[in-house]
Design a protein around this ligand. Structure first.
Ligand code: SF4
Length: 298
């Protein structure tokens, strides 16, 4: 996920409220959805659970949220999966990096959740967003859910860094309605410094999406002193110019400090204590670079 998009405050009165015990990390906001009846402990035996994880009939889910105007068009059910191969210094949900903060949820439970909001999706032009963490860490599960949504006519969006994109089949990627592709830097050195991983898998993934015709919203987090050098932004713009046939918009997401407390809660070192959010002018300057390459920006 991008880690810089702010959830809206649209609450589901029937389900909004804290979903976790005090031992669990704080959820993203007050729109996290409570467990439904019978959702807890879906498997009696560990072996059954492991088999369900392997076959995509279960996954480690961090939380479910109902959001508007972020994570894709319309009102969406965002499913936050646990586990991520990246270690972004600006991550505002660092608890989603680790599978241990997730809870086992089944395919049937996901379908039940999604079905609950069908009328809202229809009215708002929304759908389901698979995010995290890195949703593609649990590819068999999201493949099953997305195939089901595709058959049911429910819009799907996959929020990803693309780092694990090589594991996804063309057939699967053609069923995803929209990919929210997080391009965290335009040059290798900065990308590694910011995420601890390599940039190339993201480029390869974007190349494939462009070949397949899968729509993309590019997301770029603007972090002063880390990703905001004009040359770095220009490099991102050049990379994504290869995907122009499918890139519908570029979202420049200003870094914020809303995730700072979560780093200390899970006893991780936070390197951005002294970093201030970019000014409106700085964010506009970055957007102007993308616009100069012909992109629509937000
Ligand atoms: S560490 Fe993972 S979850 Fe956090 S911002 Fe980076 S890609 Fe997203």
């Amino acid at each position: 996920m991008t880690s810089s998009s702010e959830p809206s405050t649209t609450a589901d009165p029937a389900t909004a409220g804290p979903a976790y015990s005090k031992e669990k990390p704080k959820p993203r906001g007050d729109i996290t959805l409570l467990p439904l009846a019978g959702e807890e402990a879906p498997f009696d035996a560990r072996a059954d659970e492991l088999e369900a994880l392997r076959t995509g009939h279960a996954a480690q889910v961090h939380s479910w949220e109902l959001v508007t105007a972020v994570d894709g068009p319309g009102t969406r059910l965002s499913i936050f999966f646990s586990g991520c191969p990246l270690r972004c210094v600006f991550c505002h949900n660092p608890d989603t990096m680790f599978a241990r903060f997730g809870t086992i949820r089944t395919l049937e439970q996901a379908k039940q959740r999604i079905s609950r909001y069908r009328s809202i999706f229809r009215a708002s032009g929304g759908g389901v967003t698979f995010t995290g963490g890195e949703a593609m860490m649990q590819l068999p599960f999201i493949r099953n859910v997305i195939e089901w949504c595709h058959a049911e006519g429910i819009h799907t969006a996959l929020d990803t860094s693309g780092y694990l994109g090589a594991a996804a089949s063309d057939e699967f990627l053609q069923k995803v309605d929209l990919v929210l592709l997080d391009v965290k830097s335009g040059d290798e050195v900065t990308y590694k410094r910011v995420t601890s991983r390599e940039l190339q898998p993201t480029i390869d993934f974007g190349d494939r999406l462009a070949r397949l015709g899968t729509k993309i919203w590019v997301r770029f987090v603007l972090v002063p002193g880390w990703t905001d050098a004009p040359d770095n932004v220009e490099r991102v713009a050049r990379i994504i110019s290869k995907w122009k046939s499918v890139v519908q918009r570029v979202e420049v997401l200003p870094f914020h400090q809303m995730g700072r407390d979560k780093w200390s809660q899970i006893e991780l070192d936070y390197q951005l204590n002294d970093v201030k959010p970019p000014s409106t002018e700085e964010a506009q300057a970055a957007r102007a670079i993308f616009r100069s390459h012909g992109f629509t920006t937000f």
